[in-house]
Design a protein around this ligand. Structure first.
Ligand code: AMP
Ligand code: GLY
Length: 426
C-alpha cells in the first residue's frame, strides 16, 4: 500500500511512525515532512499550502490513502479535491472543516445540536462588541473567528482586558482576516480534556483521551502555545464521562453536520472543559488530529489504526482499535523564543543509544551533510511509555534532558494534574 501524510510536524512524524509499525512494507510519502519523517517515510518537498501540487502528487503516485495532518489544507479544500479524483482521503471537506476554521460556525452548529458550550455572541463591528463586553460578567473570553495558529483565544480577567482584545482584533486586525469576526464568550471553569473521535460521518470510534498543556511554563504559567506536552490515559476520563461525551457532544454534532449537508469525516477533536460536577462543555472543535495529543495517543494503539483510518476515509463500517494498557507522556522541546519568535537553524544532538522513549521530530530539518537542525517553534515531542504514569513521565523526561540544542525550553511538570490525583488517591 501507498500512503501520503500531509504535514511536517510532530503529529505527522507520529502518523508516519504508527503506519510504519502496522504496515512495515508500505510506501509512505510525507509532504513536506521533517528530519524525523525522513527516517519513517520518504519526504517530498511540497508545502501544505500547495494544494494543486499535493493533488498532482497523490494522483501521480496512485496513493491508496492520504492523511491530512493540519487544518489549513482541509479548510482550503484539499480533501474535496482529492476525493473528486477518487483518492481515499482521511480528513473532512472544506465545508465540514468550518467546525474548526470558524468559531462562530462551530457555535451555531452546537446551538442547533444542543451541545453544551459556553454562552457566546459573534461580532463583526467593534461598537456592538464593546457594548456586549460592558454588560458581561468577568472573566470572559474573546476569540478570533478564523484560524490563528492557536493564538486567537484570549482569556480576559476583566472587561477592560476584553475591550482591549476586541479592539486589537476588530480594530487593529492583529490576526488579519481571521479576526474580522470575533466571538465573545463566557469563561468555563474546570479541567480541560482532549477527546478525539475518528468518524466516517455517522459512526465514530473514540480514541484514548489525552490532556494537553497549553501554557509555555511550568505550573500552567506564561503565554498560550500550540501545546507543550500531553499524557494519556487521563484518569478524569472515566468510561461514564466518555459515554456522556459521545452522547452529548460527538453524536449530536455529527448528526447536525449531516443535516446541514456537510457530513464530517476524519477525526473530530473535541477540546472540552470538564466542570467540577463531571459535565463536559466544548471549548473548541478541531477538524484534525491534535498536536501533541497524537504523539501520546498513537503509541498507545496496539493495532488497528490503519484499518480504522481507511474505513473512515471510505465511509466503511469502523473496526475497533486495540489499546495498550501502558501510559504515555510526551514532553515538547521548544526553540528559544517560542512562541513569539522561535530561533531556527541550530544544530541538534540526539542520543543514539537505545532509549525507552520516542523522539518525534516536529520543527526539524536535515542538512545534506546529515546534520539535524531546528526549523520551527516546537522542535521535538518526546514520548515515554511505561506501565504506570510515573514510569512514562520519567522516561519522557530523561530523553527530553538528553536531546540538546541551543536555548531548548521544556516543561518538567507534564501531567502534574494526574500526578496530583494519583498522589491524593494514595
Ligand atoms: P481555543 O483556541 O478556543 O482552544 O482556546 C485556547 C485555550 O484558551 C483553551 O485551551 C483554554 O485553555 C482557553 N479557553 C478558551 N475558551 C475558554 C472558555 N470559554 N473558558 C475557559 N477557558 C477557555
Ligand atoms: N494541542 C492542541 C491542538 O492540536 O490544537
Amino acid at each position: 500500500m501507498k500512503f501520503l501524510v500531509v504535514g511536517g510536524g510532530g503529529r505527522e512524524h507520529a502518523l508516519c511512525w504508527a503506519i510504519r509499525r502496522e504496515r512495515p512494507n508500505a510506501t509512505i510519502l510525507c509532504a513536506p515532512g521533517n528530519a524525523g519523517t525522513a527516517a519513517a517515510a520518504t519526504n517530498i518537498p511540497i508545502a501544505v499550502t500547495a494544494i494543486d501540487d499535493l493533488v498532482a502528487l497523490a494522483e501521480r503516485e496512485a496513493v491508496d490513502l492520504v492523511i491530512v495532518g493540519p487544518e489549513g489544507p482541509l479548510a482550503a479544500g484539499l480533501a474535496d479535491r482529492l476525493r473528486a479524483r477518487q483518492i481515499p482521503t482521511f480528513g473532512p471537506s472544506a465545508a465540514a472543516a468550518q467546525l474548526e476554521a470558524s468559531k462562530a460556525y462551530a457555535k451555531d452548529v452546537m446551538t442547533s445540536a444542543g451541545v453544551p458550550t459556553a454562552a457566546s455572541r459573534p461580532f463583526s463591528e467593534l461598537p456592538g462588541a464593546l457594548a456586549y463586553i460592558d454588560r458581561h460578567a468577568e472573566p470572559l473570553v474573546v476569540k478570533a473567528d478564523g484560524l490563528a495558529a492557536g493564538k486567537g483565544a484570549i482569556v480576559c480577567r476583566s472587561r477592560a482586558e476584553a475591550r482591549a482584545a476586541a479592539e486589537a482584533m476588530l480594530g487593529e486586525r492583529v490576526f488579519g482576516d481571521a479576526g474580522a469576526l470575533i466571538v465573545v464568550e463566557s469563561f468555563l471553569v474546570g479541567e480541560e480534556l482532549s477527546v478525539l473521535a475518528v468518524t466516517n460521518g455517522t459512526d465514530s470510534v473514540i480514541l484514548p483521551p489525552a490532556q494537553d498543556h497549553k501554557r509555555l511554563l511550568e505550573g500552567d504559567q506564561g503565554p498560550n502555545t500550540g501545546g507543550m506536552g500531553a499524557y494519556s490515559p487521563v484518569s478524569l476520563a472515566t468510561p461514564e464521562l466518555l459515554a456522556k461525551v459521545a452522547r452529548q457532544v460527538i453524536e449530536p454534532t455529527l448528526a447536525e453536520m449531516r443535516r446541514r449537508g456537510a457530513p464530517f469525516s476524519g477525526v473530530l477533536y473535541a477540546g472540552l472543559m470538564i466542570d467540577p460536577g463531571g459535565n463536559p462543555s466544548v471549548v473548541e472543535f478541531n477538524c484534525r488530529f491534535g498536536d501533541p495529543e497524537t504523539q501520546v495517543i498513537l503509541p498507545r494503539i496496539e493495532r488497528g489504526l490503519v484499518d480504522l483510518l481507511l474505513a473512515a476515509a471510505t465511509g466503511a463500517p469502523l473496526p475497533p482499535v486495540v489499546i495498550k494498557p501502558d501510559a504515555a507522556v510526551t514532553t515538547v522541546l521548544a526553540a528559544a523564543g517560542y512562541p513569539d519568535k522561535p530561533a531556527s537553524g541550530d544544530a541538534v544532538a540526539i542520543p543514539s543509544d537505545g532509549s525507552e522513549a520516542i523522539a518525534f521530530h516536529a520543527g526539524t530539518r536535515l542538512d545534506a551533510d546529515g546534520t539535524v537542525r531546528t526549523a520551527g517553534g516546537r522542535v521535538f515531542a518526546v514520548t515515554g511509555l511505561g506501565s504506570t504514569f510515573e514510569a512514562a513521565q520519567a522516561a519522557s523526561r530523561r530523553l527530553a534532558e538528553r536531546i540538546e540544542f541551543a536555548g531548548k525550553q521544556y516543561r518538567r511538570d507534564i501531567g502534574w494534574r494526574e500526578a496530583a490525583r494519583r498522589g491524593a488517591a494514595r
